[in-house]
Design a protein around this ligand. Structure first.
Ligand code: DAH
Length: 338
């Protein structure tokens, strides 16, 4: 009787059904109501008393082995069937995945860089924590200039401040390269100003710089006209008004014809027909010299614009604070922008 159990155990161990049907038949043969194991268990009473214990243990081992074998074979065979058959319902509608979008300031920043990139301007960046030399002194700010005042600038100590404009990057570029230089420098700037619909203590600028032999004001004007028409449409006109910046001479303020009324006069342009978009000028020879460039050989122009300002004009956003609040109702409106 014990041998019979051992033989069955061997049979169980060596069984390797290759189909579900074969495995099920094996289960019935072993464990079914009239199966071999069930039958053997029925013989328990015929086993001599001294063998009953061993017989009982062996038959339990056999039963467990048979069950384990059948279950694991079935599982493996079912898995294999899963993989071979078409288990993906290709007719089911796709799950909706919400796509993120670029922030409007990133959209416009990229657009500005792309526009200048097409006429050969490279991109350069500099540190947000800047020293007095790069933010002010090299840019020809007289020591008593009000922009150095505590009111406007976040000073870290006497020498170090958060940069108040990206013009500091033009100094770094001029120090580290030889003309011709054609570069645009985007970045975050900081000013100690109260937050309102028109001002913020953190905002973004793009600075532009072109240095070469014989660069003239006409080059500046043509470059700015190209930019304005690429950014706001090819009917856009520009107007330059004399202005003052320590680092440029002569300096000008650049206006574009009003995007709403095309220059006829409306609320947005306060009936002037024009909207201010940036400052610009011919790089002051002092600045060239401060940065190690021979001002008797080279000349150049520079310009600087606020990305918020351009974005507000382009998309008619009337409150600068929208850019910093991360309200999805605002941001979602820029989903289609690239
Ligand atoms: N740095 C100026 C500002 O923060 C902007 C600017 C004006 C930059 C004229 C220039 C420039 O390069 O020529 O308001």
């Amino acid at each position: 009787m014990l041998n019979k159990v051992d033989d069955l155990l061997k049979e169980v161990e060596s069984f390797n059904g290759t189909t579900l049907e074969e495995t099920e038949n094996f289960r019935i043969k072993m464990l079914g109501k009239k199966g071999l194991i069930t039958e053997l268990m029925g013989e328990f009473r015929n086993v001599p008393n001294e063998q009953k214990k061993e017989f009982g243990q062996k038959i339990n081992v056999l039963k467990t082995a048979a069950l384990d074998k059948v279950n694991s074979l079935k599982e493996a065979l079912e898995d294999a069937a899963d993989e071979s058959g078409p288990k993906i319902d290709t007719t089911r509608p796709a799950e909706f995945t919400e796509l993120g979008s670029r922030h409007p300031l990133s959209v416009v920043r990229k657009e500005i860089l792309d526009i200048f990139g097409r006429i050969g301007f490279a991109v350069s960046e500099g540190p947000e924590i800047e020293d007095d030399f790069h933010n002010f002194t090299a840019l020809n700010f007289p020591p008593e200039h009000p922009a150095r005042d505590m009111q406007d600038t976040f000073f870290i100590d006497d020498e170090i401040a958060l940069r108040t404009h990206t013009s500091s990057v033009q100094v770094r570029v001029m120090e580290n390269s030889t003309p011709p230089i054609r570069t645009v420098s985007p970045g975050r700037v900081f000013r100690n100003e109260a937050i309102s619909a028109r001002a913020h203590c953190i905002f973004h600028q793009v600075e532009g710089l072109y240095i070469d032999k014989g660069v003239s004001f006409a080059d500046l004007k043509q470059t700015l006209l190209y930019f304005a028409q690429e950014m706001f449409g090819d009917k856009t006109e520009i107007r330059l008004r004399p202005s003052y910046f320590p680092f440029t001479e002569p300096s000008a303020e650049v206006d574009v014809s009003c995007l709403i009324c095309s220059g006829k006069g409306c609320n947005v342009c306060k009936n002037t027909g024009f909207l201010e978009i940036m400052g610009c000028g011919m790089v002051d020879p002092n600045v060239l010299e401060n940065c190690g460039i021979d001002s008797t050989v080279y000349s150049g122009f520079a310009f600087g614009m606020g990305i918020e300002r351009i974005t507000m004009l382009k998309y008619q956003v009337n409150d600068l604070r929208h850019f910093f609040e991360n309200d999805l109702r605002f941001l979602n409106q820029f989903k289609s922008a690239y």
